[in-house]
Design a binder for this molecule. Structure first.
Ligand code: AMP
Length: 479
């Protein structure tokens, strides 16, 4: 028996990491501008040396399969995958104790769910969606967000006719064709909750508190920015938008050119501009909070009073907006330090008009989505987190292999993570593998142990060894 080498071909087939293959969710490095990526339909095909465009030649034999994932995506490998799984589980557990039940919807939806739900005028829908026709000619879209699909599912299954509010939680991948960089990917994961069917400001505070608490449990020190954007009524946001538009038109020459078209399309979005010229203009812009109707104002005051009572600290940010019509009243964002320019870990708000824009009845709602990749980047858990395998069963001699597998199985049945060798390694090789696996214990079994009905137990962290009766092993290893 010897330490089996990994077959040569399996190492040779793994491509060297290309210097440009960064920026996926599993990567800790920022994405750099990169040469043409054949998997990226949006990337320009570089011209050939004579200056002509090079198109793929179907007559040429195909090259080796591209083993790197598409740009802006990443393979999540151990040990990083343990950390991600732990952050997801923590989220779903902390949402569950506030009554938010898990929901899963399809990864792809009919495109109109987002066009009508999120709004065709939004950046996400207009510029970033992965939309494709299926074989039946229907337009489908990989979900860029989950609020609209959750509302579609609630309406489709009449969940709102059972018990209100409908409180749901989710975790899963979203897809947006954005320019990848650190903290911004084309496939990324969100965890979030939606509370549907209540107008009460208390539920706004509950939702915000649940998000804030999870982020703190996850080791993120969030800053909570809070605003109210009123509702569509001449005495509230609609009237305010007229003032804002007048102000923007009067200051048009000072705005960055990319923001000028926003004046007519969606003037609120000028508050989201990253352009320094526009930011300067917006500093003096009229504020929505000075134009809220009485109902929206008292809702906002009640949300704040609830948050104070719950000791959730927040910063009022009258520039924080949600640029879509169905968003109403409460808008909030969690930011965190150490994330560079992508410092938003999550955001949410009220969407009292969403159900109607999907063709349903009036059904108010509020929720948030938090970016899991950014929660991990901002330091969740331990980077070398290992799995739950605590014991590695070492077989001395071929005869003990059967017993080793039986011991591992018995430990697993008792809830103790166990693993063993499957490559006919020597005892030395197995001990090395046990150390590599990150297990705390080596459970050593050979002819002698089998005859005496015991095992040798080695604590790999201290090197101490003891003999343990087979019948005692489970209770000895229980944490
Ligand atoms: P949004 O759905 O745009 O309100 O985003 C909510 C949160 O999801 C953001 O605050 C980010 O943490 C995360 N997020 C949004 N887009 C991306 C992306 N392209 N890559 C990674 N995380 C993202």
């Amino acid at each position: 028996m010897s330490d089996q080498p990994v077959p040569a071909e399996s190492t040779e087939r793994v491509p060297r990491k290309r210097p440009d293959q960064t920026g996926g969710p599993g990567s800790s490095q920022p994405a750099e501008p990169r040469p043409h990526d054949p998997t990226d339909a949006a990337a320009p095909i570089p011209p050939a040396e004579d200056g002509t465009e090079r198109a793929p030649n179907p007559a040429e034999p195909p090259g080796p399969t591209e083993l790197a994932p598409p740009r802006g995506t990443g393979d999540i490998l151990p040990p990083e995958s343990w950390r991600r799984q732990a952050a997801t589980r923590l989220a779903m557990d902390s949402f569950a104790i506030a009554g938010y039940a898990p929901i899963e919807t399809p990864i792809f939806e009919h495109t109109e769910v987002f066009e009508r739900g999120v709004g065709a005028g939004s950046e996400v829908v207009g510029k970033e969606m992965y939309t494709f026709p299926d074989r039946g000619g229907r337009s489908l879209t990989l979900r860029p967000e989950l609020t609209a699909p959750v509302m579609r599912a609630v309406l489709g299954h009449n969940l709102h006719r059972a018990r209100l509010p409908v409180k749901l939680a989710y975790a899963g991948p979203m897809f947006r064709q954005e320019r990848p960089q650190k903290g911004r990917y084309r496939q990324f994961s969100q965890v979030g909750i939606e509370a549907i069917g209540s107008m009460s400001p208390a539920i706004d505070a509950e939702v915000i508190e649940v998000g804030d608490r999870y982020l703190r449990e996850a080791g993120v020190e969030p800053t909570l920015l809070l605003n109210s954007i009123g509702h569509l009524d001449p005495g509230c946001r609609t009237g305010y938008l007229e003032h804002l538009t007048e102000y923007l038109v009067a200051n048009q020459s000072s705005l960055a050119p990319v923001d000028i078209e926003r004046i007519s399309l969606n003037p609120l979005r000028t508050f989201d501009s990253k352009e320094s010229r526009t930011i300067e203009v917006m500093r003096r812009a009229p504020l929505i909070t000075d134009h809220l109707c009485d109902d929206c104002r008292s809702h906002f005051e009640a949300v704040q009073s609830h948050l104070m009572k719950l000791e959730v600290s927040y910063t009022l940010d009258p520039h924080l907006v949600r640029g879509l019509d169905y968003y109403t009243r409460t808008a909030f964002e969690f930011t965190a330090g150490g994330l560079g320019s992508q410092n938003a870990v999550g955001g949410g708000g009220r969407y009292d008009g969403l159900a109607e824009s999907l063709g349903g009845q009036h059904l108010p709602g509020i929720g948030f989505a938090l970016g899991l990749d950014r929660i991990l980047l901002s330091g969740f858990g331990s980077k070398d987190q290992s799995g739950p395998v605590a014991a590695y069963v070492v077989a001395i001699g071929t005869a003990a292999v059967e017993q080793a597998l039986a011991i591992a199985t018995r430990l697993r049945a008792a809830g103790i993570g166990a693993d063993l060798d499957f490559l006919d390694r020597s005892v030395k090789g197995q001990m090395k593998d046990a150390a590599r696996s990150g297990c705390r214990w080596a459970v050593i079994v050979g002819d002698e142990e089998i005859a005496r009905n015991n095992v040798t137990l080695k604590d790999l962290s201290t090197g101490e060894q003891e003999t343990v009766a087979f019948a005692e092993l489970v209770s000895r290893l229980e944490p």
